[in-house]
Ligand binder design. Structure first.
Ligand SMILES: *Cc1c(COP(=O)(O)O)cnc(C)c1O
Ligand SMILES: [Zn+2]
Length: 480
């Protein structure tokens, strides 16, 4: 029986304190029957191995609980109560994304779950003046409030918990976790891997040299990972780790690893919970890079819909920079074509051949149809939307700026309207991308960014003498 409380000396909530219909489900012991399933040929494989592509046809894998239908014996409204009451527990392993364990990834026993503070990020009402400028009311979900300051921690918590579980149950003696990254995957991977047994687990990240921010580079270095920089862009790094994962014994921690997607579904579950499970007329706005996040969000809402926990699937508005917009081009032309990217301030989403694209295509074909919309925005709009949001009390990163710029564009195109509830995903913390703010303030963008700073958004420190009177004069203060 897992502990109901962190602190054994303090009185824990007692099971008897909870309503009788909740009690049997409060502490999840359901494990389901989870297998890897190929998204194209449908072959299934046991999960007592690390797999990233189908051994038969090389397509992407997803994780499927073949026993999912049995969860339907609990009515949707009871599931809502279970998840809500579970928030009252002080059980460490259920504090984060595994609050939703049965639908997130039921296999992993509570004892193997690694919780570093991820998930349950704030849903903040956008400042009224900012809303007026956008043309409608909206909320910002601040996924920068995760431990390594991006949403990537959600998927890393499930992937690393799975590794932890695999080490214990399979007796693994050596695990090398590896990922390619536009900055945030490596920060999250290095953080979570560093929590595991160093006798067993090693951590390596591959970065495109000069294409992650200084803060993002400092994160895996600080967590003690081996950081390898190579020339090129993210897509080049990704090809290398894919080759390594196919041919060598490594554990791939990119979102191609379907276990990552399982954890990232929690973003959808949380939005539903924060909105009291009323998803009617909901629009979720999300930047798209490698397309793992948008895949997970769609899969997460599908789980909830299948179990009658929500009444309706939301619309998803995917946003990309015109400098890296293969998904938008596919939406517009019906044809998918990988592209060569140009520099983008939304650097974490600067990807020309999104690995999870086939999953997006299948989810749209089978479930979301016109509920997935996609728009492209200019670099100038991305950076200025970020600067604008942060001047109104928010802490939005460049990808959040990208999402907000996409919302404005969708409003102007009539794709989104005032009768809808809108949630904008700020996928990481403002501070991770402050170098792009600085380039703007210094009017120092290389031409390829196509950004011309405007005075109204520029802000710089003023240097004055250490003298109260001088400062008072500068501020034109009135004497008391
Ligand atoms: C990774 C990342 C993205 C892109 O997400 P995908 O799952 O690759 O589409 C967007 N914003 C931030 C901050 C990221 O780290
Ligand atoms: Zn297959």
């Amino acid at each position: 029986m897992p502990q109901l409380s962190y602190n054994l000396k303090a009185p824990a909530p007692l099971l008897e304190d909870f309503p009788a219909d909740i009690r049997p489900w409060l502490i999840p012991d359901y494990t389901g029957d989870v297998v890897y399933e190929c998204i194209e040929c449908g072959s299934c494989y046991r999960i007592d191995q690390f797999l990233y592509t189908c051994p038969q046809c090389r397509s992407l894998l997803r994780l499927r609980n073949r026993d999912f239908a049995s969860l339907k014996k609990i009515p949707g409204e009871l599931w809502q109560k279970i998840f809500d009451y579970r928030k009252l527990l002080r059980t460490e392993s259920l504090q984060g994304i595994f609050l939703f364990k049965e639908i997130l990834f039921p296999t992993i026993p509570l004892q193997d779950i690694i919780y570093l503070g991820e998930g349950h990020t704030a849903l903040v009402r956008a400042n009224p003046e900012l809303s007026a400028r956008a043309g409608l009311d909206f909320f910002i979900k601040n996924d920068g409030f995760n431990p390594s300051a991006s949403f990537k921690d959600r998927g890393m918590a499930s992937a690393i918990s799975f590794i932890n579980y695999s080490i214990r149950t399979r007796g693994l003696k050596e695990v090398l976790g590896i990922c390619a990254s536009t900055g945030d995957t490596s920060a999250a991977a290095a953080l979570y891997l560093s929590y595991l047994d160093k006798q067993v687990v090693k951590s390596v990240v591959l970065l495109p040299q000069g294409r992650v921010t200084p803060q993002q580079l400092s994160q895996p270095l600080g967590s003690g990972a081996l950081v390898i920089e190579i020339p090129g862009v993210f897509d080049d790094c990704m090809k290398i780790v894919e080759e390594l994962a196919e041919n060598y014994q490594v554990c791939l921690l990119n979102s191609k690893n379907p276990v990552r997607i399982m954890g990232q579904k929690s973003y959808a579950y949380e939005i539903a919970q924060q909105l009291c499970y009323n998803t009617r007329d909901l629009v979720v706005v999300v930047p798209i890079g490698n397309a793992g996040n948008v895949t997970a969000i769609m899969e997460g809402f599908l789980d909830l819909y299948d179990l009658n926990i929500i009444p309706e699937l939301p619309c998803i508005l995917g946003v990309q920079s015109t400098h890296a917009n293969p998904v938008v081009q596919w939406q517009e032309s019906g044809r998918y074509q990988p592209m060569k990217v140009q520099p983008s301030v939304a650097q974490a989403a600067m990807i020309g051949d999104p690995v999870s694209f086939p999953k997006v295509r299948n989810l749209v074909r089978d479930h979301f149809q016109e509920r997935l919309m996609a728009v492209a925005v200019e670099e100038q709009q991305i950076i200025e939307s970020m600067l604008e949001a942060n001047r109104y009390g928010h802490v939005v990163c460049t990808q959040g700026g990208e999402a907000l710029a996409g919302l404005k564009k969708a409003v102007s195109l009539g794709l989104v309207n005032k009768s809808q509830t809108v949630v904008v995903d700020s996928t990481s913390h403002q501070l991770k991308f402050s170098n792009f703010q600085q380039l703007y303030f210094d009017n120092a963008y290389p031409p390829a960014y196509e950004i011309t700073p405007r005075q109204q958004y520029i802000n710089k420190p003023v240097v004055l003498d250490a003298c109260a009177e001088g400062i008072a004069q500068f501020l034109k203060l009135k004497k008391k």
